[in-house]
Design a protein around this ligand. Structure first.
Ligand code: GLU
Length: 321
């Protein structure tokens, strides 16, 4: 090959390379612990987005994080483009209430769609003498890492119950992925996790040692559910996990997929399209996602406004008018 031709080819190669780089948009999705449902759900979203990368140029990556509140804060600071968050924390972030009071309303928060239900799940060692949520005082309880949805929701419930950390023999702040082991190592008597079912973490906690899922149902919980739109009563079906043959009654929230108005309409549109055009495949990627209904996904548990890009897709698809 002569020198001029080689140089020409190299230059052409460099141009193609830089054109492709300029077109590629990176997006990151904040999720939760790897044995939760957010992490595989985020992975499922990225898998469908990345499949059409040649057409839209979006490269999607998933990150394991501390959970809902961490994700919302990271979207706010521009560190993440998307994240999964509990419906209660989406509500509070947009309105600047509860844990988001200090930083004020996150007006740029945008809803994409809702995902699976997340019952507030309490798992206790079978030998701990805990048969309901009301038995937790005096016990060693993992209340969750700061930044997780369950920690925030547990704090709301503790306040409503008139409990403080002193109510318990001990509180720990282990992240979701470490709490099953702590339970089975007898370092704690009970763990709380707001999570979809079935989840790897609860499977781990119920198979590695003898444990029970307990009801979280009393007058205080019923009053909270009555008062607040983002809570509802929930059932964890009996027989789903070893040691718990009966249905468990608790309250719950919904998992939602969120973003911000700093993310372009085109990116939000393409991400939404990738999921809704392949919904059967998406819901087949994790058992907790089975049964998602598109009509519910565009409205349930969404208190922030829809992202304009998502809304554009929903109109085109006839999912909203
Ligand atoms: N709901 C939990 C949280 O907000 C995460 C659950 C999961 O990872 O599936 O932190």
């Amino acid at each position: 090959m002569n020198k001029t031709l080689t140089a020409g080819l190299l230059a052409a190669g460099a141009m193609i390379g830089s054109a492709a780089a300029a077109q590629e948009t990176f997006i990151s999705i904040g999720t939760g612990g790897v044995t939760g449902v957010y992490y595989p759900a985020g992975g499922a979203i990225c898998r469908l987005v990345n499949r059409d990368r040649a057409e839209h140029g979006i490269r999607c990556g998933v990150e394991s994080t501390g959970g809902s509140i961490f994700n919302i804060n990271a979207i706010r600071s521009g560190e993440l483009e998307f994240g999964v968050a509990q419906s209660d924390w989406q509500f509070h972030a947009f309105n600047g209430t509860s844990r988001f009071e200090e930083n004020g309303p996150f007006e740029g928060l945008r809803a994409m769609f809702s995902l699976h239900p997340e019952p507030f799940t309490v798992v206790a060692r079978a030998d701990a003498g805990i048969t309901s949520f009301d038995d937790l005082p005096g016990k060693r309880v993992n209340i969750g890492n700061p930044g997780s949805g369950q920690r925030g929701t547990m704090e709301v419930v503790m306040e409503a119950m008139g409990w403080t950390e002193d109510t318990f023999a001990q509180t720990t702040e282990l992240p979701a992925g470490e709490q099953s082991l702590a339970l089975c190592d007898n370092n704690v008597d009970a763990i709380v996790y707001t999570v979809g079912h079935p989840s790897g973490a609860i499977q781990e906690a119920t198979t590695a040692c003898d444990t029970v899922l307990v009801n979280v149902d009393n007058d205080v919980i019923r009053a909270l559910v009555e008062e607040r739109d983002y809570y509802r009563m929930a059932t964890i079906p009996g027989g789903m996990y070893r040691g718990t043959a009966e249905d468990v009654t608790t309250f719950g929230v919904g998992a939602t997929f969120v973003s911000s108005d700093a993310v372009s309409d085109e990116v939000a549109y393409q991400v939404t399209k990738a999921i809704f055009e392949n919904l059967d495949q998406f819901t087949g990627l994790h058992p907790a996602l089975a049964g998602l209904d598109p009509a519910e996904m565009v409205s349930d548990g969404l208190s922030a406004p829809l992202h304009d890009g998502a809304e554009r897709y929903y109109r085109e698809a006839g999912l909203i008018d």
